[in-house]
Design a protein. Structure first.
Length: 253
């Protein structure tokens, strides 16, 4: 049965930035599909833990600062010590800094690039080594953005980092597909999350954004449930290096 291809029973998914919003929504979707979850965030993930366990799945919460690569090895080791293996990585953790480019600081550049692309690459590298050691292949799903495709305004380091996410997704797919590792990305559209709170609070800007979205609404975490389960499952075994836009039609306009 085709629906069996989407089951994640017995799988372990490592999801970064899972405390709230899109990260929490994706962690819950993967748990609903059968996966146990390793949730990584810089703050406590008690709410996500409770919701995953309410679905009957196991949850390991790890607090770590992903603006550096220093915790990567210990994150993976703790996951292996707890579950014995890792099968899925979702690189969701990220930040955004808003300022006119003429005034943008080096710190705001470096902070965003460090978590949004540097650690996406190095955590993917570390998990891929584990996949290869396990001999099982695996799934890596990076979280891109509409600004992987467009320039945006007042978010220079975010645009640079998310453009890089789409490029690195393609590169890693080229190198690792032969190992049975699928590397793909999801590009959420304008979603109702903490990152977009300033935009939604600006009535003029919010109206401009909604006016371009054919679906005529901001996206919600549950809108990523289907795409994340597909890319994490056997159903996507021949999908490599692709960035799926989940945007209510934004890019079609």
């Amino acid at each position: 049965m085709i629906l069996d291809q989407f089951h994640l029973d017995g799988k372990v998914a490592l999801v970064t930035g899972c405390r709230t919003g899109l990260g929490q929504g994706m962690a819950l979707a993967l748990a609903e599909a059968g996966a146990d979850i390793v949730g990584v965030d810089y703050l406590d993930v008690d709410d996500t833990k409770a919701k995953v366990e309410a679905l009957g799945k196991e949850f390991l919460g790890i607090q770590a600062n992903l603006m550096t690569t220093e915790s990567n090895a210990s994150i993976i080791q703790e996951a292996i010590d707890t579950f014995g293996h890792i099968d899925i990585l979702v690189n969701n953790a990220g930040i955004i800094r808003r300022e006119d480019s003429i005034n943008f600081t080096e710190k705001d550049w470096d902070d965003v690039m460090n978590i949004n692309i540097k650690n996406v690459f190095f955590l993917s590298q570390a998990v891929a080594k584990e996949f290869i050691k396990q001999g099982t292949g695996g799934k890596i799903i990076n979280i891109a953005s509409m600004l992987s495709f467009q320039g945006g305004i007042r978010v220079p380091s975010y645009t640079a980092s998310k453009s890089a996410v789409m490029g690195v997704t393609r590169l890693l797919a080229n190198e690792w597909a032969k190992e049975g590792i699928n590397v793909n990305a999801i590009a959420p559209g304008y979603m109702a999350t903490d990152n977009t709170a300033p935009l939604r609070a600006d009535e003029k800007r919010s109206a401009e954004i909604l006016g371009r979205i054919p679906a005529n609404r901001w996206g919600l975490p549950e809108d990523l449930a289907g795409p994340i389960v597909f890319l994490a499952s056997k159903a996507s075994d021949y999908v490599n290096g692709y960035t799926v836009a989940v945007d209510g039609g934004w890019l079609a306009r």
